[in-house]
Design a protein around this ligand. Sequence first.
Ligand SMILES: [Fe+2]
Ligand SMILES: [Fe+2]
Length: 190
Amino acid sequence: MGDAAEDRRKAEQLPEGDIVRVLLEQHAQVRDLFAEIQKAPANERKEPFDRLRALLAVHETAEELVLRPQADDADWKDVATQRNQEEAEANEVLASLEDMDTASEAFLKKLQEFEESVDDHAEAEENEEFPRVLEALDEDERRKLGSRLQAVEKTAPTHPHPAAAGSTTAVALTGPFASMVDRVKDALSG
Ligand SMILES: [Fe+2]
Ligand SMILES: [Fe+2]
């Protein structure tokens, strides 16, 4: 199990705005939110879950659009494909969690299983993808990608959409409509 403090320590060693730094900081936030939901009383899980759901939805979309296309050799492309597949699966689990009663035992159990798979996924990114990015791209390029990633996150879907996840193409084709619907939904629910 990775830990949030370790992610933040690694992030701080990189320049501000570096794509790897931004992603590591978000991994730390994801880990904190899983803990926050599980610590909360059953009837107060919904609010931190909504924050986790929105963060994961935009984070994974941005990785698919900005990080994965950086893979420039066969090995790295294999790694990228595996990560995209895990994200497509995670998107489905997130969609089913969103349909559950957050106060129920069943929700808590599913959330705990989900935390394990998200953790494995994040560890795989940190061990197999981020080092490749740090090696292949210089600081300037990584900062540019960091800005692009943050721009994408401002407009990415805030809810899971299994049909619009799991590859750069799927996200690019269906993401914008999903995102528009989500943002209207978020505005209406305040
Ligand atoms: Fe990811
Ligand atoms: Fe990630």
